[in-house]
Design a binder for this molecule. Structure first.
Ligand code: C5P
Length: 251
């Protein structure tokens, strides 16, 4: 679905911030539960993310259905040899998704093949590179043979992704500022690891609040459990939008 076909409601914005910048992770093993959350939240104009759990439950038909109704980020984090990733990217794009991702650690040839796979498509999805998972801290990075800070590695992988023609990166809220400072032009950041003050981080390590991400210049925020596990998901999303300073939306 192209952007101009998206729901007209939910276009509330202040200072250039829009509710579509909030991406709700539909992390469910039951497609029915995901559908109920979409029905509840779509009128607010938010976007949605399908990750591994829901994809393995509902498969491409579910992705196509959701992508026909809303903006869908297909978060399957492809990481394989260039030929395989290019084929997977082409297949994912054919489902009409708005955004999809590959791992930056796949390297220059893989990133270039992924970008070439979407080039020239009539409805080209945004192609993002996952940098360092938001669950990882510096100690865990060192264990995998990557000494140094997450921020340095994220900036390095963002530069590589930019060189290969990708549209942006998935990084933690803590790396938005360094990415924006080092990578010039229209290069977007998508940030999971969103938690309000006092909220349970779960398995996430590098976290910040919605307001902090917006202040840092972040483009898109991904929120899962703070919404899916909230007693009142609608109220939880309204609070996040308020923290992002989006005080008006269609509902
Ligand atoms: O529940 P929570 O808000 O932590 O969910 C974050 C979502 O973002 C999950 O669906 C997770 O798979 C995804 N994600 C992430 N870190 C990345 C990329 C995606 O947490 N680097």
């Amino acid at each position: 679905m192209t952007d101009n076909k998206k729901p007209k409601t939910g276009s509330g914005r202040r200072a250039g911030i829009s509710s579509k910048q909030l991406i709700i992770g539909l992390d469910y093993s039951e497609p029915g539960q995901a559908g109920e959350l979409v029905d509840l939240l779509a009128p607010l104009g938010v976007s949605f993310k399908v990750g591994l759990e829901l994809f393995l439950a509902g498969g491409p038909p579910l992705v196509k259905k959701l992508a026909g109704e809303s903006r869908v980020f297909l978060d399957l984090k492809f990481h394989d040899i260039p030929n395989t990733v290019a084929a997977a990217v082409r297949s994912a794009a054919s489902h009409g998704v708005w955004m999809l991702n590959v791992h930056a650690a796949g390297g220059r040839k893989m990133l270039t093949a992924a970008r070439e796979a979407v080039e020239g498509l009539p409805h080209k999805p945004l192609l993002l590179a996952v940098t360092v998972l938001t669950s990882m801290d510096d100690r865990e990075m060192a264990e995998t043979g990557c000494p140094g800070s997450a921020a340095d590695r994220v900036v390095r992988l963002a530069g590589l992704s930019r060189d290969c023609g990708l549209d942006g990166v998935v990084c933690s809220p803590l790396e938005v500022e360094p990415v924006k400072k080092n990578i010039k032009g229209s290069f977007i950041t998508v940030t999971p690891g969103i938690r309000g003050p006092g909220e349970d981080p779960g398995d996430q390590s590098r976290i910040a609040s919605p307001a902090q991400v917006i202040r840092a210049g972040g483009d898109y925020l991904v929120v899962g459990r703070p919404v899916t596990r909230a007693p009142d998901p609608l109220e939880a999303v309204r609070n996040i939008l308020a923290d992002m300073a989006i005080d008006r939306y269609g509902c």
